[in-house]
Write a protein that binds this ligand. Structure first.
Ligand code: AMP
Length: 284
């Protein structure tokens, strides 16, 4: 067995660009995996997808304050760069771009990228300003890295749709690749926020995936989406969730609610378990 090389770190856009330019001059393709760190197997699956598709792989770690609401967990979001770097090295990632706050948002930063329509509902409604924060930082990261392809998880399905839309609308020369959600054995979608769950909450958490899977199957079987959505919401509350922000069957592309499954659909859900908010989705 050969020792994995330690992933290099770039802290500035200039260092990142110097590295990418050298690869480009050598005719190498580049993939980028944007993250907020606290890496788990879901993130690593994106690195693996990037490695399979591109000669060089960059992961980015930046806990982006602009995508957190004022009452959200920005300050306590898990930060563990050394452990993350070890995981990236083991996965064969070539470069970690981990800029400080001032490199991304220097004094006087004044620009926001935002989307209309696709952000009106679901996460966009529950977390005002969230997608403008995501769109702004992803635009910056894509333009900083100038990769051929960027890899995003279906775990954050609305985010993936927004990033695809934005890249098309702004002619950003990077292909957006969506990758399947990696789950724990009991179905819980891996998330950096799962560490917040108490053992009792952790036992309840897989009910979210069970519920959306059952709703997708009911919709595919032609049962009433309205009635089955109500039943799913009740099942989540009965399982121990404190509240359901949304549970819906939507058009897989526009994310508009569907009354009947007459086109490719997606079941989207967000529910609260104690102080933790979990999101998940599956194809319908
Ligand atoms: P985050 O660090 O949570 O901002 O996520 C960074 C990227 O990893 C996003 O594209 C996420 O959709 C993706 N991701 C997060 N969790 C998972 C998972 N369980 N499976 C696949 N991708 C994931």
């Amino acid at each position: 067995m050969t020792m994995a090389e330690t992933t290099r770190i770039a802290r500035s856009v200039a260092e990142l660009r110097a590295c990418v330019s050298a690869w480009r001059r050598a005719g190498e393709t580049v993939g980028v995996v944007p993250t907020m760190g606290a890496l788990h197997r879901g993130h690593i699956s994106l690195v693996e997808a990037a490695r399979a598709a591109c000669r060089r792989t960059i992961a980015t770690i930046f806990v982006n304050p602009k995508q957190f609401g004022p009452r959200e967990d920005f300050s306590r979001y898990p930060r563990q760069e050394e452990a993350d770097r070890a995981l990236l090295s083991a996965a064969g990632c070539d470069l970690l771009f981990a800029p400080p706050l001032g490199e991304m948002y220097p004094e006087g930063f004044a620009t926001t990228v935002s989307l209309a329509g696709i952000t009106d509902r679901w996460e966009g409604e529950a977390r005002p300003g969230h997608f403008a924060g995501v769109a702004t930082v992803v635009t910056k990261l894509l333009l900083q890295a100038m990769a051929d392809k960027a890899f995003f998880g279906e775990k954050d399905y609305q985010q993936l749709r927004c990033v695809k839309r934005m890249v098309r609308d702004l002619d950003i020369p990077c292909e957006i690749v969506g990758c399947p959600t990696v789950r724990e054995a009991d179905g819980l979608a891996m998330s950096s926020r799962n560490v917040y769950l108490t053992p009792a909450e952790r036992r309840v958490a897989p009910a979210l995936h069970r519920t959306i899977t059952a709703l997708a199957a009911a919709a595919r079987a032609g049962r009433s989406i309205a009635a089955e959505t109500d039943a799913g919401r009740s099942a989540l509350l009965a399982a121990g969730f404190a509240g359901v922000d949304y549970l819906a069957v939507v058009d897989a592309e526009t994310l508009a609610p569907l009354a009947a499954l007459d086109r490719p659909g997606r079941v989207l859900a967000a529910a609260r378990l104690g102080a933790v908010r979990l999101i998940d989705n599956v194809a319908a």
